[in-house]
Design a protein around this ligand. Sequence first.
Ligand code: SF4
Ligand code: MG
Length: 338
Amino acid sequence: RSSFLSVQDLRVRFRTEDGIVKAVNDLSFELEAGKTLGIVGESGSGKSVSNLAVMGLHNPRNTTIEGSVKLEGQELLGMPQKELEQLRGNKMAMIFQDSLAALSPYYTVGRQIAEPFMKHTGANKKQGRERAIEMLAKVGIPQPDKRVDSYPHQFSGGMRQRAMIAMALVCNPKLIIADEPTTALDVTVQAQIVDLLKELQQEFGTSIIFITHDLGVIREIADDVLVMYAGRAVERGTMREVLKTPQHPYGWGLLSSIPRINASVDVPLQPIPGTPPSLLNPPSGCAFNPRCEYREQVTGDKCRTERPALEIANGHLSACHLTAAQKQSILTEQILPR
Ligand code: SF4
Ligand code: MG
């Protein structure tokens, strides 16, 4: 596998008044060029934090990062901020959930799209403006030559999200990290934004990391999926493997929270009972054990005392002490028929 982005043993720790938060632990994944990796998990599972670290956007005063993040073979961790700034917006860009926070209210949308382009290509103002209009047209904003002079508050939420995508793509980055980019939008606009990202990916060959808690969106966009829980990867595989034959009790819980495509009535989503653990003081053993209804099926007290490693079971990686045979029978007899 040609690895475009390779993250190895990533660890992120924050210092807080209450102690050290172990936000990301021993996280490894690869992303191939032109592909989409979906990262799924509840809030506080480390999915955003790990990606801010990839981008070098963490706060260096209270955060320590270990491990390795290589983009086309180039190590990003420990790279001087100046060099990272050269890469951000140019070779890699980020799309956030909150476009109001990501766009400045004081400048026109056009100017904010043009800025990274001018900075990284040396284009002048006129060329920057033309490029902004071109990008607004690409992301489907009507009358881009007029809208280029609007301010963010004059755009609807969906249009602002498109403008933010235009800003992220203005330098044809090779990597886009989209952190819950559709969460604040209604379902129709969500679907349009996902389609837009897919189209742009086809056109530019961009690699995408798509962070979400929504498996429905993952099904639409991801080639590979990484499921995170309590700052660790608990499952990793192709989208089909992880969505059709999940091998981890947390993944089983997530599965029951996706709306069925062919459901004739709206089946209410079932959230996973319990709350995500504190990362200040994570549970010993398997971090999911306080919420897991299968832990009694594991011999002895292993779930509470021993952290399960990420291992292949029934085709892809999962971190759970149940045997492959147990997982298979629970999946086929209890989970899939639900
Ligand atoms: Fe549940 Fe134990 Fe598997 Fe953790 S290791 S998910 S507690 S069965
Ligand atoms: Mg987040």
